[in-house]
Every structure is written in structure tokens, then in C-alpha cells.
Design a protein around this ligand. Structure first.
Ligand code: SME
Length: 161
């Protein structure tokens, strides 16, 4: 199988609509969470501009443990009471941070990161983990980015059924 990167339209909403279709096609019929997290990380990193890190943390029943990602090596374990990822997992709400330096609780895996989006992953009320995106640009993530990446996260969760 060969895979070529999709050419996406300019408008953010249309871009994400197409990206979500590509994400679904990429992992179609595959239930393995490591395989799907790896391919979705690669797809998002290659198509969403200005990201320095994108990847998954999985909940092991006690804390978040790093899973497949694209970017520099990252913090391995994050307790639910720490960091932006912990907040997303604990509250089950997407966390969007325009300036991570202004967040005392932010865990700096890469000092170059300036803004962050973390989407919780849950299935039937059960915490699976989080999808974490970092950017070196302040306030990189818009409402369109948040909606689009929540939709990508939903494609991942659906694939586990
Ligand atoms: N910054 C995150 C930690 C994960 S790394 O960014 C990959 C946080 O504060 O939870």
C-alpha cells in the first residue's frame, strides 16, 4: 500500500472536513490502537501547519503514558493532577492554551512550545487518553482547529469499537 498526502483546501473548516475523511480512510477497518494512533499522528503532523509535536497519551488506569507521536522525545508519564494533558483527562474537556508560559501547571517537554491543544479521548464514559498538539506559535489553535482536531480524535475513538 502506498500513501500520498492529501492536498487540502485553504479554508480551515473545509480543510478539516477533508482531513477527517482522510483520517477515517487511513485507519478504516483497523482496530489496533497503536497502529491507528501512529498513523493519525503522522497524518496530522504532515498536514496541519506549525506543529512541533502531535501525539497520544494513553491512560493506564493510574496516569497518562506516552503513546505514538511525531516530534521530539516527550515526557513519559503524566499524573492526572498535573499539566495541560492531566487537566484534559481529569475534566474530560478540551484544553486550549494560547500561551503555555502563562500556565503555572504546564509541563514543558519541549521549551520551544508556546501554545497547546489537548483533546480528551473517552469511550462510553471511560477515559482512554488524550490527543496532544503543541506549537511554537503563540495562540496557534483557533475554534476551527479545535473542532477539526476533536473530530480527528473522534475518528480514533470510533476505530477502537
Ligand atoms: N505540555 C504537556 C505535556 C506533554 S508534552 O507537551 C508532549 C502538559 O502540560 O501536559
Amino acid at each position: 500500500m502506498s500513501f500520498s498526502l492529501p492536498e487540502l483546501p485553504d479554508s480551515p473548516a473545509e480543510r478539516y472536513a477533508e482531513l477527517v475523511d482522510h483520517a477515517r480512510a487511513l485507519i478504516d477497518g483497523e482496530p489496533d490502537r497503536v497502529a491507528n494512533a501512529a498513523n493519525l499522528s503522522a497524518l496530522v503532523k504532515a498536514t496541519v501547519p506549525d506543529l512541533n509535536w502531535v501525539g497520544f497519551y494513553f491512560f493506564d488506569g493510574a496516569e497518562l503514558v506516552v503513546g505514538p507521536f511525531q516530534g521530539l522525545p516527550a515526557c513519559i508519564r503524566i499524573p492526572l493532577n498535573r499539566g495541560v494533558c492531566g487537566a484534559a483527562a481529569r475534566t474530560r474537556q478540551t484544553q486550549r492554551v494560547d500561551d503555555v508560559h502563562a500556565v503555572a501547571d504546564h509541563i514543558a517537554c519541549d521549551g520551544a512550545t508556546r501554545s497547546e491543544l489537548v483533546v480528551p479521548l473517552e469511550r462510553d464514559g471511560e477515559l482512554i487518553g488524550v490527543l496532544d498538539l503543541d506549537s511554537e506559535k503563540p495562540a496557534r489553535f483557533s475554534d476551527d482547529d479545535q473542532r477539526g482536531l476533536e473530530a480527528v480524535a473522534a475518528v480514533f475513538v470510533d476505530s477502537l469499537r
